[in-house]
Design a protein around this ligand. Structure first.
Ligand SMILES: *Cc1c(COP(=O)(O)O)cnc(C)c1O
Length: 370
């Protein structure tokens, strides 16, 4: 019988896009008609609108989220010989940006309940070489920024938020992306604010840093063919910016839908043996991912797959156990990150997902736990 059920995808971007197809098509048409594709009016307008949305003074559009972090590190002058504190439990891009500038990622374990960096564990990782902390608002849940900022103040460290998964989330009523010295975000299509290709941005209220990133993203040049430093080519393009301007207008409504779906999951999965996400009272997450924990994660995933329900593991291997970090971090142990990687499972959750689909997922989990 289960084979006759229609599959429930992990994410279906089509449902979100079909609902606003006319707006998207018209935005794309505008760029085609303008015939201007790199660093033009769409990027400029989007930067203005996204800075405003983020409660920050400046936004600089760049090529992707990894570049956004990396360009910020460069703008702050962080490089070889420096250490940067990163979560042991994150997508590898957070680490790679640090490695890209020649600095060393120093991992700190997550809080067992929130899966976000544990502020109480940060101070013991600080050395005279530490320059920066990169908290990640993982799964769309804000990290506990007040104690992180207090530690950074005390040790004179830069705080760069990795806000790739949390556009629109609130920490004590304040927007993520406005809580540190600067923030990096990603517009990879599957993110809460996703483009139709790659894209990213830096957000900050520091005029000097915004200016540095603006120069670095465009060949180290302010004036065409005059190069102040060895910059890069990492620009958000006009087409993506035009699309993002449309999607930004719908972001809050999409995040509200995600909150409703997450609330349904948490209610329907309460009192089962799978652990539903913990939300601190100061957090208003935007549910980029709805992540449960189970002692029998692999069996649960197989059971759901048999019922045509697609799930994903974020993330199956922590960065320090990846082959690319074997030489520098291979001998280290991060037991909490390792335990989390063995237990987490992300359930389908996306704007346009229907109540009956959530119900089918939770019923299938009930069946598994019986
Ligand atoms: C997606 C993501 C990135 C990188 O963004 P890209 O646009 O794919 O380069 C960085 N950090 C986190 C936490 C992410 O989820």
């Amino acid at each position: 019988m289960s084979t006759s059920l229609s599959p429930i995808p992990f994410v279906d971007l089509n449902r979100q896009h079909q609902a606003i197809k006319a707006e998207l098509t018209s935005a794309i048409q505008t760029v085609v008609d303008a015939g201007w594709f790199i660093l033009g009016p769409q990027v400029e307008a989007f930067e203005h609108e996204f800075a405003q949305y983020s409660d920050a003074a400046y936004c600089v559009g760049v090529g992707n989220g990894l570049d956004a972090i990396q360009l910020l590190l460069r703008a702050y002058g962080i490089g070889p010989g420096d250490e940067v504190i990163v979560p042991s439990n994150t997508f590898i891009a957070t680490w790679l940006a640090v490695s890209d500038v020649g600095a060393t990622p120093v991992a700190v374990e997550p809080d067992r309940l929130t899966h976000n960096i544990d502020p109480a564990a940060i101070e013991q990782a600080i050395t005279p070489r530490t320059k920066c902390i990169i908290p990640v608002h993982l799964y769309g849940q804000p990290a506990d920024m007040d104690p992180i900022n207090a530690i950074a103040d005390k040790h004179k460290l830069v705080v760069i938020e990795d806000n790739a998964q949390a556009q629109g989330a609130l920490y004590k009523g304040r927007k993520t992306g406005s809580l540190g010295h600067a923030a990096a975000t990603s517009f990879y299509p599957g993110k809460n604010l996703g483009a139709m290709g790659d894209g990213g941005a830096v957000v900050t209220s520091d005029a000097q840093i915004a200016d540095r990133v603006r120069v670095l993203r465009n060949y180290g040049s302010k004036q065409k063919y005059v190069h102040l430093e060895k910059g890069e080519n990492s620009r958000l393009d006009e087409l993506q910016a035009a699309i993002l301007r449309v999607k930004l207008r719908h972001l809050d409504e999409c995040n509200t839908q995600r909150r409703t779906l997450a609330a349904q999951y948490s209610q329907q999965l309460a009192s089962l043996s799978v652990k539903t996400p913990f939300v601190p009272e100061w957090a208003q997450p935007v549910w980029h991912l709805y992540v449960v924990e189970s002692d029998q994660r692999d069996a649960l995933q197989a059971h759901l797959a048999k019922a045509q329900i697609q799930t994903v593991i974020h993330y199956p291997i922590p960065p320090h156990q990846q082959a690319c970090y074997a030489q520098t971090h291979g001998g280290l142990e991060f037991p909490i990150a390792e335990a989390v990687a063995g237990r987490v499972l992300s359930l389908p959750l996306f704007p346009g997902m229907r109540d009956d689909e959530v119900h089918r997922v939770t019923q299938s989990i009930v069946q598994f736990t019986r």
